[in-house]
Design a protein around this ligand. Structure first.
Ligand code: ADP
Ligand code: ZN
Length: 808
């Protein structure tokens, strides 16, 4: 007997596999997808290992392979094992991102009425009888449909019926929903005429007609057309008789369309600093044994980092290897995509969230077949099925979009990339103008190799000698004291007018959507809040409604205050819509466009908005974080930050670092062309270190300050963190469970004498209620936390987030 260890698609403990026997009539290989019986159902699984002996005495057979060949390579299986162990999720959940997209994960289960005479319907509820009647009429239903007909406790009633034999169940093993689409062609001619083929005179009339048609057509004859015109099976018969041949051709749902990309751009001569950086990276690609294999490329926007990545990717391609090029948000980086496409025409796979499942599936196979040199995509690109990985690039490595925060595995693409690098030997290049404090710390200490590009390529002589725009801080307290109640300081109003009159463009940045973030009653101070989340509702003037920015719930603007019944309700604070209104009042007749999540949802794409900016139809672009990323518009000479204080005081130890890097990024949008750039940062706290350091564009100042405070507080990089969030619809239960969990964890720390694990909390989450569920959270700080947590059972409803990007 042969056995396989299978990772099963079921909520089971991390790293756990199950033993199955392999029936004699087929073979399986590690990495192959199979159907297995699991409990009472049929589940998908991935063969992880073959074994001579099972873990348990009694094993069941694997039902059948889903795909004829293994889909996951050995290195990727190892990566999945690591993901599962480190991020504490099931092995199947860790493998799932490595599978071709669009696999049907659900087994369809259908129910039928039991036949026969000895059907005993006595003692059944009237609803049940009624449901059985309907099943009889329909003759087949899905399991869920019948459960719904059975009413309250439908699933339990269904099991009872199955047990009694009143209903039968059949499990269908579906094919993957999206198969690579093949077109098959019929071919005639001597090459396809098998010697000793059947006598043509003995053919049926239809067979003769089809044979004639194929012979007359010069081009290959599509099999689908033959089926349509001559009936199914006619072509098959002719092929069996040896009179026709058949060829399969894969249809590519090609992306990107080959015409959509610009001419190949000439390759610039590298500066000395770029050449040095590129040489060190390519050296590591050639000597895979040498460590460290991680590089941190630190350089302001426009310092030529992308050019260095492109050279390194070229080197990988020349070695016959593939490079993964990760970007924080693919929709916001069309310019990067264009550059990669122009450098590697036809050899690029783009994993774009806007692709159809079919296109994604084709990209997956194209990569797997080795038809690409480079894969551009978001964090999930790390899991692309590269046959021979040569390089991993992570652009804007400090961005939190590299952390999966929604579904298991809650991985960070950077951490996972290090593991993949360890497994394959491929170097990792991290790039940023404002590196993550942790990355820079490791680079300084020699764990990564630090490569610096200190200057901008263009305009290196302007401003402060680094080619950066001049940043000036506006103290809004002073404006208020001197009677200016507008959201624009006098300085910014003037700068805006000058900029537009000078024929240039401006960007106004505010990290908050809507017209007013909060709606308050003037009489009693009551604030309108979301009934499902404990956050205030924001007013959006465009649709005249209140919107919850956490759960997207819309509410009507109340006519009267819920607290006191008063009518004097007003919006407080500013959002992007309000900025648009005030900018229009200040600059009448000027093209002003808003770019935030609301605008995107209303149908404006990044390309549309950028197109209007490039053509000069828009003179002022107002937006949230979206405008801070990746925009490269030479005519933008002014950037105004409406309120830099937003987000600065969130109870998250990274809020200062985040505010700093966001401000630096926004500032980097100005002065990318011939006109020197100017940046005005409005704030109520000009002395805050993050704002002061951003104004001076002084990364080292921010870094030193952060490292010092993190060392004092024992935060990363001086420790590891895990964030545990417990959720429950019941407030009391939620708190009780969280408190009990904290007590248990503390007890273990004490009992095992662990001096390097600290349990902080529990405390109510921020927000304390989300989508109708109460939230309590606690934080673990220490070393080797995944090992500590491996042995701790957490209650149901708790998510564990290792190395959390946010600790709210
Ligand atoms: P970053 O990725 O750091 O923002 P880029 O690589 O995009 O920088 O470079 C900024 C601009 O300078 C781009 O337009 C790029 O084409 C150009 N550039 C980069 N390297 C060179 C070079 N060595 N010579 C001339 N132009 C360059
Ligand atoms: Zn809400």
């Amino acid at each position: 007997m042969r056995y396989a260890e299978v990772a099963v698609d079921a909520p089971v403990a991390h790293s756990r596999t199950f033993s199955y026997s392999i029936p004699p009539n087929f073979n399986v290989t590690p990495g192959q997808l199979v159907w297995v019986p699991f409990g009472r159902r049929t589940a998908q699984g991935v063969v992880v290992e073959l074994a001579a002996a099972p873990q348990v005495e009694l094993t069941k057979d694997i039902l059948q392979p889903i795909e004829p060949a293994p889909l996951v390579s050995a290195a990727h299986l190892d990566l999945a094992r690591w993901l599962s162990r480190y991020y504490l999720c099931s092995l199947f959940a860790a493998i799932a991102p490595l599978l071709p997209p669009g696999f049907e994960r659900q087994v369809r289960s259908r129910v039928f009425p039991a036949s026969g005479d000895n059907v005993d319907l006595s003692g059944l509820r009237p609803e049940t009888l009624e449901a059985l009647q309907k099943l009889e009429t329909a003759s087949v239903l899905t399991e869920e449909e019948l459960a719904r007909l059975l009413g309250r406790n439908g699933n339990r009633e269904l099991s009872r019926l199955l047990h009694k034999g009143l209903v039968r169940r059949r499990v269908e093993l579906p094919r993957p929903r999206i198969a690579p689409r093949y077109q098959s062609y019929l071919l005639a001619g001597p090459a396809y005429h098998v010697p000793g083929a059947s006598d043509e005179k003995k053919l049926s009339a239809r067979q003769q007609e089809l044979l004639g048609a194929v012979r007359e057509t010069a081009a290959p004859y599509p099999a689908t057309l033959a089926n349509k015109q001559f009936g199914n099976g006619v072509a098959e018969a002719l092929i069996t008789k040896g009179l026709l041949g058949r060829e399969w051709v894969r249809i590519e749902r090609e992306y990107p369309p080959p015409t959509a990309w610009p001419e190949v751009a000439p390759q610039p001569t590298l500066t000395a600093e770029q050449a040095d950086a590129a040489a060190r990276i390519t050296e590591a690609m050639d000597n895979r044994e040498r460590t460290p294999r991680v590089f941190l490329l630190h350089g302001v926007t426009g310092s030529g980092k992308t050019e260095v990545y492109l050279r390194a990717i070229q080197h990988a391609a020349a070695r016959g290897e593939q490079a993964v090029f990760m970007v924080p948000e693919i929709a916001l980086t069309p310019q990067t995509q264009q550059r990669v496409n122009a450098r590697f025409p036809g050899r690029v796979a783009v994993l774009h969230s806007g692709l159809t499942p079919g296109q994604l599936f084709d990209q997956w196979w194209k990569i797997r077949d080795g038809q690409c040199d480079v894969i551009v995509g978001p964090r999930s690109a790390l899991f692309a099925p590269t046959p021979k990985l040569g390089l991993i690039v992570i652009d804007e490595e400090h961005e939190w979009t590299y952390k999966q925060e929604e579904a298991a595995p809650l991985y960070h693409a950077r951490t996972a990339a290090f593991e993949l690098s360890r497994l394959t030997g491929a170097p990792v290049v991290l790039g940023s103008a404002t590196p993550d404090v942790e990355s820079y710390y490791h680079a300084r200490r020699g764990r990564y190799r630090l490569l610096e590009l200190p200057r901008r390529i263009a305009g290196a002589n302007s401003g402060n000698g680094r080619g950066l725009a001049k940043v000036q801080v506006c103290d809004m307290r002073k404006e208020l004291r001197e009677g200016n109640r507008s959201i624009f300081s006098r300085e910014l109003s003037q700068a805006l007018r000058d900029c537009i009159n000078g024929g240039n463009q401006a960007i106004l940045f505010l990290n908050r959507r809507g017209s007013a973030p909060m709606v308050q009653c003037r009489d009693c101070g009551h604030v309108a809040t979301c009934p499902r989340c404990s956050v205030s509702l924001a007013y959006h003037a465009t649709h005249g409604r209140l919107l919850c920015h956490r759960c997207n719930r819309l509410a009507r603007m109340p006519g009267r205050c819920r607290g006191c019944g008063g009518k004097r309700i007003r919006g407080l604070g500013v959002g992007t819509q309000k900025v648009v209104e005030e900018a229009s009042a200040l600059l009448p007749g000027i093209g002003i466009e808003r770019w935030d999540a609301d605008a995107t949802r209303a149908g404006s794409s990044a390309e549309d908005i950028m197109g209007r900016m490039q053509r000069g139809e828009t003179q002022v672009l107002v937006g949230t974080q979206l405008v801070a990323k990746g925009l490269d518009l030479p005519n933008v000479s002014l950037v105004g930050v409406i309120l830099a204080d937003i987000g600065l005081y969130l109870p998250d130890f990274r809020s200062g670092e985040r505010a700093f890097s966001l401000l630096c990024q926004v500032a980097g949008r100005a002065g990318r062309g011939p006109t020197p750039g100017r940046v005005l940062v409005q704030t109520y706290t000009p002395d805050h270190y993050a704002i002061a350091a951003a104004a001076a564009q002084d990364y080292p100042a921010m870094f030193e300050r952060e490292v010092q405070s993190r060392r004092e507080l024992g935060n990363p990089p001086f420790s590891q963190m895990a964030h545990l969030v417990h959720q429950d619809v019941n407030a009391t239960m939620c708190q009780r469970q969280a408190v009990a969990m904290a007590r248990q964890l503390r007890h273990r720390v004490y009992a095992e004498g662990l001096t390097d694990v600290e349990v902080v909390g529990p405390a109510p989450g921020v927000p304390s209620r989300l989508r109708g569920r109460y939230r309590w959270h606690l934080l673990l700080r220490g070393r080797n936390l995944h090992r500590f947590l491996e042995g701790s059972a957490v209650p149901k409803g708790t998510t564990i987030d290792m190395d959390p990007a946010h600790v709210l």
